[in-house]
Write a protein that binds this ligand. Sequence first.
Ligand code: IDP
Ligand code: MG
Length: 144
Amino acid sequence: MSRTLAIIKPDATGSGKAGKILAHLEAGGFTVQALKLVWLTGSQAEEFYAVHRERPFYGELVEFMTSGPCIPMVLDAEDAVVALRVAIGATDPAEADEGTVRRLYAESKGRNAIHASDSDDNARREIGFFFSESELLSVGAGLR
Ligand code: IDP
Ligand code: MG
């Protein structure tokens, strides 16, 4: 088993899709190890997405991610990072495979329902961004 981070984004929480997305992930074999509701500040969103600082959509992305509450969660699965990227689908829901979270629940390329870490190193960094050591103490996958 390994571990990754997902974030249900403000478009999905605001339209009442969070429960459906969580159920979809659980049915897909992911186990929730930690979860919370957070409303990011501008500086938190800027820090989380700092890797995209130079991209033309950075301002729009930060504005969107601070427009309502998010639900970050730690998920365990076999090969969790890759499995979750497959389960969420392409960034643009129009290009996402049938049955993926983004195809089912995303509005657009920007307002795309869910984030997933793209590597084990980024998963560790992103989990640490949202969850303290004590909040992860009960988690047993051995990555802490
Ligand atoms: P990913 O979430 O599939 O890994 P990234 O390319 O890492 O996609 O982009 C991070 C986030 O930035 C996307 O999930 C989406 O919310 C937003 N984003 C990416 N490209 C665009 C764009 O062209 N227009 C508006 N927002 C975008
Ligand atoms: Mg990405």
